[in-house]
Design a protein around this ligand. Structure first.
Ligand code: S3P
Length: 175
């Protein structure tokens, strides 16, 4: 049975790598944010607006306990998932956790290119974004570092590198 759980900061490439890894392994891919949106018929940003971050974290934990029971899956979590409740210990019990690690400047560059609707960073100037990432990454690192595997994705910026990353990740996981 394969159950791989990808964690890491926003912009680390969890969804992109997870989708490709699942395809390469011939298993289903689940993105926790998408799963939450499907089950609650709400965008993550709307859930933050309606229930606040605390309400979102509660739903997130409940939905994590659903997807992390599925078998033969690759799951990508939200950036904050490992840092609330006992989620990180739970994930370590459920599967092969992999921390996709990148420094703050790389994450900031990815996030500037990507979607702008993430509620925690919406409306920030480039300077504010960099400062926010540096500070919150430091706070989250102790949780992320509990993953069974730590995998550097700092060189990830085009499709060739995504396939290479997936190949190296499979090697790391022995799959
Ligand atoms: C969050 C990351 C987001 C999403 C929510 C909160 C976080 O997921 O769960 O906006 O706390 O880092 P991604 O990491 O997939 O962007």
């Amino acid at each position: 049975m394969t159950r791989i759980i990808l964690i890491g900061y926003m912009g680390a490439g969890k969804t992109t790598i997870g989708r490709q890894l699942a395809k390469a392994l011939g298993v289903q891919f689940y993105d926790l944010d998408w799963y939450i949106e499907l089950r609650y018929h709400r965008r993550v940003a709307e859930i933050f607006q309606e229930r606040g971050e605390e309400g979102f974290r509660d739903l997130e934990q409940r939905m994590l306990h659903e997807v992390a029971e599925f078998e033969d899956v690759v799951i990508s979590c939200g950036g904050g998932t490992p840092c609330f409740y006992d989620n990180m210990d739970y994930m370590n019990r459920q599967g092969e956790t992999v921390y996709l690690k990148a420094p703050a400047d790389v994450l900031a560059a990815h996030l500037k290119m990507g979607k702008t609707e993430r509620p925690l960073i919406k409306g920030k100037t480039p300077e504010e974004l960099q400062a926010y990432i540096t500070e919150s990454l430091a706070g989250r690192e102790p949780f992320y570092s509990k993953a069974k595997h730590i995998f550097d994705v700092s060189l990830l910026d085009n499709f060739d590198k995504i396939s290479l990353t997936v190949r190296l990740l499979r090697k790391e996981l022995g799959l």
